[in-house]
Unconditional design. Structure first.
Ligand code: NAD
Ligand code: UFG
Length: 338
């Protein structure tokens, strides 16, 4: 297939581009480079041995996006582009709602104009909110997120479902990611957050490389085995392969369907720090701090549906995630800025 990837220079988009190229798909990357670098596009080519097309544009610029569709004639779209920082979304809800909704509306109108109806959408486990208990299954109950970023995912899932129900030509996969971490095993592409990381794994990496002094552990009094929060960390390359599997599924008429992409296993904050210590061969200083507002004690996926329907299963463990994250961090101490 010829696949247009919005946000294709970003963390998950770049790894997915590599997986798509390696599986023989043609890839068209569209990215504003607001939260990524052109270097990522060069590295994708270096790893895959094949070059994707690349268009630097904001998908909200509908005229420019339409020109790309006319030139590239994609069969399907994977839509990663958007804003993703939870705390920022609480501080600037209008910017988050308008960016994530407007960009998706512009994309959907452009796809309609050009007769492209196959879409893979980046959703998040954040749509399960606080209303359900782990493991989360796709049909476990009403979706509700606790912050504006998460609400944009809930709203967009609803909007995409309505569109697919109204017009049978649409085929839409909603992929609910758990906690993507790690990097491509080449060490050439990885996560490159702006400023101080919000998420645990990149924070640990930056402590390990000496950019930050210590990890703050947000609560060690949760009702979990070691008292720290537990999450379903998934290797970004497994996640990327999940997108290739979802794209294959779109060859059948599915209408709209949601799949969790996780491992089904939970790892604590302390256990993740230990895995990074083993990977980098140094001890990683940490300090237990108060809980972070809005955090759950535990979250992990029920992966049954993705395994049975997509024939996909995550295969890389926490040690591989830490090892590959560390390879990326140590080869690129300042991310793509090096
Ligand atoms: P990222 O910021 O690394 O990638 C997003 C890319 O989209 C960036 O390269 C950015 O420059 C680009 N972009 C943003 N707005 C754009 C626009 N209007 N037009 C064109 N390009 C634009 O983020 P990521 O971690 O790769 O996340 C990708 C998607 O997955 C997002 O939709 C995110 O909400 C979702 N997601 C991420 C996680 C996670 O933990 N990383 C978890 C669940 C869901
Ligand atoms: N944590 C720390 N210290 C830190 C950062 C995090 O102890 O510096 C803890 C958190 O309390 C939590 C765990 O590490 O227990 C994971 O936190 P992350 O911030 O890495 O990830 P979250 O599960 O909170 O959130 C992530 C994404 C969201 C997404 C959510 C559900 O950041 O965008 O998963 O998919 F919505």
């Amino acid at each position: 297939m010829r696949v247009l990837v919005t946000g294709g220079a970003g963390y998950i988009g770049s790894h997915t581009a590599v997986s798509l190229l390696e599986r023989g798909h043609d890839v068209v990357l569209v990215d504003s480079l607001d939260n990524s670098s052109r270097t990522a596009v060069e590295r994708i080519t270096q790893i895959a041995g094949r070059q994707p097309s690349f268009h630097e544009l904001d998908v909200r610029d509908e005229a420019a996006l339409s020109a790309v569709f006319l030139e590239e004639r994609p069969d399907a779209v994977i839509h990663f582009a958007g804003l993703k920082a939870v705390g920022e979304s609480v501080a600037e809800p209008l910017r988050y709602y308008s960016h994530n909704l407007d960009s998706t509306f512009a994309l959907l109108r452009t796809m309609t104009t050009h007769g492209v109806h196959n879409l893979v959408f980046s959703s998040s486990a954040t749509v399960y909110g606080e209303g359900q208990e782990a493991p989360y299954a796709e049909d476990g109950g009403l979706l509700h997120a606790t912050n504006p970023y998460g609400q944009t995912k809930v709203m967009l899932e609803r909007i995409l479902s309505d569109i697919a129900h109204a017009d049978p030509r649409w085929n839409i996969a909603l992929l609910r990611y758990f906690n993507p971490i790690g990097a491509h095993e080449s060490g050439l592409i990885g996560e490159d957050p702006n400023g101080i990381p919000n998420n645990l794994a990149p924070y640990i990496s930056q402590v390990a490389i000496g950019r930050l002094p210590q990890v703050g552990v947000f609560g060690a009094d949760y009702p979990t085995a070691d008292g720290t929060g537990e999450r379903d960390y998934i290797h970004v390359v497994d996640l990327a392969e999940g997108h290739v599997a979802a794209l294959d599924k779109l060859r059948e008429p599915i209408g709209v369907r949601a799949w969790n992409l996780g491992t089904g296993r939970a790892t604590s904050v302390f256990a993740l720090i230990q895995a990074f210590e083993a990977a980098c061969g140094k001890s990683i200083p940490y300090e237990v701090q108060p809980r972070r507002a809005g955090d759950l004690a535990q979250a992990w996926a029920d992966t049954t549906r993705a395994e049975t329907e997509l024939g996909w299963r995550a295969s890389r463990d926490i040690d591989a995630m830490a090892r590959d994250a560390w390879r990326w961090q140590s080869q690129n101490p300042h991310g793509y800025a090096d």
